[in-house]
Design a protein around this ligand. Structure first.
Ligand SMILES: Cc1cc2nc3c(=O)[nH]c(=O)nc-3n(C[C@H](O)[C@H](O)[C@H](O)COP(=O)(O)OP(=O)(O)OC[C@H]3O[C@@H](n4cnc5c(N)ncnc54)[C@H](O)[C@@H]3O)c2cc1C
Length: 180
């Protein structure tokens, strides 16, 4: 007997994703490659289809799903279609959980609807020219300045970095090194 993690609702979602990738993304690949990034219309279209805010609660404009299996389908279908789409997955699978877990109510109201709808693009800035896997080595600092922070440092390899509207950034706020 063939066993699968996926139920009918996942397969229905898969059909929508597969069609979107095939019709809207595959024909555009060369143009995007030349431009170095997907255009904003891509983010808007993905948001309209409900692909960007899968776990975002409905009150903030998301799909209210609790299962990560929908995200897995986005990745599986991208591989099937030969699409890289790393920026999409950084937005949905890596940045979104930070917002859902750590953002305060103001930040949730400000960002979640825009991130779910594709009006805003998110990036995660951890890697630095001298620091990759071992985050104890990060040198970028953040110093309190009134209501905000002054961030000083350099980041590299940041997916969506050139187009992001909001960047979750790993910084040092004290002198002491982090836990080993
Ligand atoms: C396509 C792409 C997209 C990326 N997007 C982002 C992004 O959006 N945001 C971001 O912050 N970064 C991003 N990165 C950077 C990525 O996260 C780093 O490349 C990664 O953390 C590894 O760091 P490094 O390349 O400096 O390798 P290193 O950390 O120097 O590792 C080099 C090698 O040593 C191995 N190694 C490291 N530590 C250990 C250990 N303790 N024990 C055994 N082996 C070890 C590693 O497995 C690897 O094989 C991206 C990278 C790529 C290629």
């Amino acid at each position: 007997m063939r066993r699968t993690l996926y139920g009918q609702e996942h397969e229905d979602f898969r059909a929508v994703v597969r069609r979107f990738y095939r019709e809207a993304l595959v024909p555009e690949q060369e143009r995007w490659r030349a431009a170095g990034m997907p255009p904003r219309e891509f983010w808007h279209a993905a948001g309209e289809l409900g692909l960007l805010g899968l776990q975002v609660p409905e009150e903030y404009g998301g799909g209210g799903q609790s299962s990560f299996l929908f995200n897995a389908i986005l990745t599986e279908e991208a591989q099937r279609a030969g699409l890289a789409l790393g920026g999409l997955r950084v937005h949905t699978d890596i940045c979104m959980p930070y917002f859902l877990r750590y953002a305060d109510e103001d930040q949730r109201r400000r960002w979640l609807p825009r991130l779910a709808g594709g009006e805003a693009v998110a990036a995660l800035a951890m890697s630095e020219p001298g620091t990759g896997s071992d985050m104890r080595g990060i040198r970028t600092t953040a110093r309190r300045d009134g209501d905000g922070f002054v961030v000083d440092g350099a980041k590299t390899f940041i997916s969506n970095g050139a187009t992001a509207d909001v960047i979750i950034t790993a910084v040092r706020t004290g002198e002491t090194p982090g836990p080993s």
